[in-house]
Design a protein around this ligand. Structure first.
Ligand SMILES: [Zn+2]
Length: 94
């Protein structure tokens, strides 16, 4: 499960909750100014991401290595600096 825009479901960077297009379309600049419906979508996406993180850390050796600091070249391969290739997320999709 990749991080996705909580409105349209498009894959995005994990730091964000909505994609640029939705941000513009719904004027979602500052989170405090978000409409209630958007906050609810974000909250449910947040729950989903937490659930996936828990699964990922316990089930994925690569993630464990990253968490516990034993980084090597192989581990970096799985962890791009953009939002495009979080490969280990997709491997535990059901
Ligand atoms: Zn979107």
């Amino acid at each position: 499960m990749r991080p996705v825009c909580c409105i349209c479901g498009k894959p995005i960077t994990v730091r964000f909750w909505v994609c640029a297009a939705c941000e513009r379309a719904y004027h979602l600049g500052d989170f405090r100014d978000w409409p209630q419906w958007a906050k609810e979508l974000k909250a449910s996406e947040e729950r989903e991401r937490r659930r996936v993180e828990v699964l990922t850390l316990s089930d994925c050796p690569v993630a464990e290595r990253m968490v516990y600091g034993e980084l090597n070249d192989d581990a970096w391969h799985y962890y791009g600096d953009d939002d495009s290739e979080n490969v280990w997320h997709t491997e535990i999709d059901d």
